[in-house]
Design a protein around this ligand. Structure first.
Ligand code: G3P
Length: 218
């Protein structure tokens, strides 16, 4: 399973990279705004800075909602680095734009996916990644993991190569459940990745090892 970090914070991206388990980065306009990144050139410079920290794919989201605008923005974004994946919302013009980019060998991430039907359309359009938002489904009392399971079944039935990028991941159980269900990638905050480390028996065991070592090494 690939681990992407879902943030525009260079500090957190560097921390995840230093841990040695990072495969890529996803961003969105809200995450860029949270870091105070605005203005065309600042946004582009920020994506370049992210690409310098990680080796893998970096999703950069278009702001336009019309076909021509998405193509124009996406073509500008991919000039920044060959790591850039054009992130496109699941709307009618978005599906057309995904087809356009996929025919030209440009990677895409279809975002804001909340149903298996949307995921099927994204795969048919040739998306590299599809991003079902599991946390936001959980927020409205709908089991986001069932969506991951359904998409896995559909993609396997027909051999679609679109990778399932479980997004809006909030905690370690989301990551584990997505791994069990066969999501190809998960993207979440640094806190969710780090929470995989935690087990009280590890802490208790390490404290005892160190205490025993200290007894005979005074
Ligand atoms: O990758 C999608 C993600 O940014 C949404 O996460 O926590 O805002 O629902 P969240």
């Amino acid at each position: 399973m690939k681990f992407f970090i879902d943030t525009a914070s260079l500090k957190e991206i560097q921390e995840a990279q230093d841990l040695g388990v990072l495969d890529g980065v996803t961003t969105n306009p809200s995450l860029m705004a949270k870091e105070g990144i605005g203005g065309d050139q600042n946004v582009k410079d920020h994506y370049k800075a992210i690409c310098k920290i990680v080796d893998g794919d970096v999703s950069a989201e278009v702001i336009s909602t019309d076909y021509e605008g998405m193509i124009r923005e996406g073509e500008e974004l991919v000039k920044l680095s060959d790591q850039i994946v054009v992130k496109i919302p699941m709307i009618r013009d978005g599906v057309k734009a995904i087809r356009y980019f996929s025919e030209r060998g440009i990677k895409t991430n279809c975002t804001l996916v909340f149903s298996a039907g949307q995921a099927l359309l994204a795969a048919k359009a040739g998306a590299t990644y599809v991003s079902p938002f599991i946390g936001r489904l959980d927020d409205v009392s709908t089991d986001g993991l069932i969506l991951i399971e359904d998409i896995r079944t559909i993609y396997d039935n027909y051999g679609y190569e679109t990778q399932i990028l479980a997004a809006s991941v909030r905690h370690s159980m989301h990551i584990l459940s997505c791994a069990k269900l066969g999501a190809d990638v998960m993207t979440g905050p640094l806190s969710a990745i780090l929470s995989l480390l935690n087990h009280p028996l590890t802490d208790i065991g390490l404290a005892k090892f160190l205490a025993d070592h200290a007894k005979v090494n005074k």
